[in-house]
Design a binder for this molecule. Structure first.
Ligand code: DON
Length: 563
């Protein structure tokens, strides 16, 4: 009997395979009650466990963040900063800014030589590149306001993971190998990450476990005004950096009014300055809205052109007007007004590029980079958090404090070291983003939450430097204008324009030749070389029936866990 069924089964499997090919993506992972999507399966699983044990989305945030610091040292961090956008089950919404700050000794020309030229590496590599870390204060303040379980208990999963070890994946081994020489250059041969880690190896981090144990015992105050602060500040000073004990003591987070805007029947909540994410995303979506993008085919020349032209205009504004709102006045009312945005698009014509030089001046280069990380959480009560956090570059400044077991960020490079000179993401800045003591550097991080009909509909974000904004944009549009499921929307090929250089970056192999030829004939320059991948989106979609649908980016080891 079983034998007779075999041919039928084979035919069934072949049909299924055919369907999968047609659909381009596997069916999304779903869950009924709660879900965590992050860059590492361990982090997603341990955070979900916290929810199952009575924790809420903010408790899960602490666990995800700290376990990523252990399992994903590439971007997960104690030595960096970030932003959280949240929406509570009762509809309360807000955001917390735990972005790094410039140390007190920082000044406008700190990265320039005597001739006024930017000193290569000074804002990207080693102790001089680090801003005052905000992650731990961010976690503790968010938790103090909204968490349910005792904070000290939430350190246990990360402590255990650091002690028992993390299994290195293929992708991790290859990135570690790529950056090992630089890590050794900054820290010497004896440093933890000088070892040649291969896929399948177990990485144990006893120093990091000890740091986490100190925080468990003494609270995050140990990091800002206690034994860890003393060790960290002394270490940074010895290494020639700027951060002092005083800087750590003075660091504070900021609860900020999020950016709110509508797009068709959606309400979008995203991060306000010092991240450019929310305002720039809002500008692009509002510029695109009148054109009914859903009338075009996905990745048709018209769709790509419309987004690209809106992106150019929004990035030109971003680079000029945006900076830390505690230091500069941002004309956000105007930047987000319908009349202004309509006017910005008045010069747009299908079939004809508007050269970036006609929008503004300046020339820059850009580099590939995916070293931030984003996690999205929905708990079993319907509370949602969207967190993007970073060390900036891969392993941040590469400066690793062996005694404490973690990397320091190189976030100072997000400032504009000199007007018109591009940073590592090819972004140029103006006065609004110049360096000043205690100021926060402008970010592109775009942790975002979408509401539909007054209910939670999507939690989304990504790494990717300047491409963060356009990756979040395309993924939202893929779901709501192009009817993709969450996983398909995340997996679909992405493109990016940031005004300068006047080039459309496209992920190689994910766009038809015919599209590229058509865009080139219109006069666009396409670059498929410099970004192997654009963004690494981790998102959760809430379906009409309340089921949670995951989008864990196939470009990394990202994984969703739910129940
Ligand atoms: O805040 C920012 O915009 C950058 N520091 C983000 C860096 C990043 O996304 C790196 N990964 N691609």
């Amino acid at each position: 009997m079983k034998k007779n069924l075999l041919p039928l089964l084979l035919i069934f499997l072949l049909i299924l395979q055919g369907c999968n090919t047609l659909q381009r993506s596997a069916a999304p992972y779903t869950a009924e009650h709660a879900m965590v999507v992050s860059a590492r399966p361990e982090a997603s699983a341990l955070a979900l466990e916290t929810i199952r044990n009575g924790g809420n989305a903010f408790d899960a945030m602490v666990v995800t963040h700290l376990t990523l610091a252990v399992a994903y040292p590439f971007a997960g961090n104690l030595g960096g900063g970030g932003f959280v956008v949240y929406r509570m089950a009762d509809g309360e919404k807000g955001s917390l800014d735990f972005r790094e700050k410039a140390p007190a000794a920082a000044h406008r020309d700190m990265y320039l030589d005597a001739e006024g030229n930017v000193i290569p590496g000074k804002s990207t590599l080693g102790a001089t590149a680090a801003g005052v870390p905000g992650s731990l204060k961010g976690l503790s303040e968010a938790h103090a306001r909204f968490g349910k379980l005792p904070f000290h208990e939430l350190l246990d999963p990360a402590i255990a993971l650091a002690e028992n070890g993390v299994i290195i994946t293929e992708k991790q081994a290859s990135t570690l190998n790529r950056y090992r020489d630089l890590i050794v250059e900054v820290n010497g041969e004896e440093t933890l990450f000088a070892q040649n880690l291969k896929a399948g190896d177990t990485l144990r981090q006893p120093a990091l476990a000890n740091t986490l144990k100190t925080i468990k015992k003494e609270g995050v105050d140990a990091f800002y005004n206690g034994s860890i602060a003393a060790t960290l500040a002394d270490f940074i000073q010895e290494q020639g950096g700027y951060i002092t004990r005083e800087d750590l003591k003075n660091y504070d987070v900021a609860w900020r009014e999020a950016v709110f805007f509508s797009y068709r029947d959606l309400e979008v909540i995203s991060m306000a300055p010092p991240s450019s994410g929310g305002i720039t995303l809002a500008q692009i979506m509002k510029m695109v809205e009148p054109f009914s993008i859903r009338e075009f085919k996905h990745h048709s020349p018209e769709m790509v052109q419309l987004l690209v032209e809106a992106e150019k205009r929004a990035f030109a504004d971003r680079n000029h007007y945006l900076g830390d709102p505690d230091f500069v006045t941002i004309p956000d009312d105007i930047l987000l007004s319908e009349a202004y945005l309509k006017d910005r698009m008045a010069s747009f014509e299908f079939g004809t590029p508007t050269p970036s030089t006609e929008i503004a001046r300046g020339e820059i280069n850009f580099a590939e980079s995916m070293e931030t990380t984003h996690y999205s959480i929905v708990d079993d009560q319907g509370n949602a958090v969207s967190v993007t956090t970073t060390l900036n570059g891969a392993y941040g400044s590469k400066l690793f404090c062996d005694e404490l077991g973690f990397f320091l960020n190189n976030e100072m490079d997000d400032f504009s070291a000199k007007p018109g000179v591009p940073n590592m993401f090819g972004l140029t800045g103006a006065e609004a983003n110049s360096i000043a003591p205690g100021k926060r550097m402008l970010s592109s991080m775009t942790p975002t939450i979408v509401e539909k009909d007054g209910k939670l509909a999507m939690v989304i974000g990504t790494p990717g430097g300047s491409t963060i904004i356009t990756s979040v944009l395309q993924t939202i549009l893929n779901v709501y204008d192009f009817d993709m499921n969450m996983q398909e929307a995340v997996d679909a090929g992405r493109f990016h324009h940031q005004w300068k250089p006047d080039v459309i970056r496209m992920e190689p192999g994910l766009f038809p030749r015919s599209l590229i030829r058509k865009l080139e004939r219109m006069g666009y320059t396409i670059n498929q070389e410099d970004n192997r991948i654009i963004g690494k989106v981790d998102a959760i979609l809430v379906r009409e029936d309340g089921t949670l649908e995951a989008g864990a980016d196939k470009r990394g080891d990202d994984a969703a866990k739910g129940y």
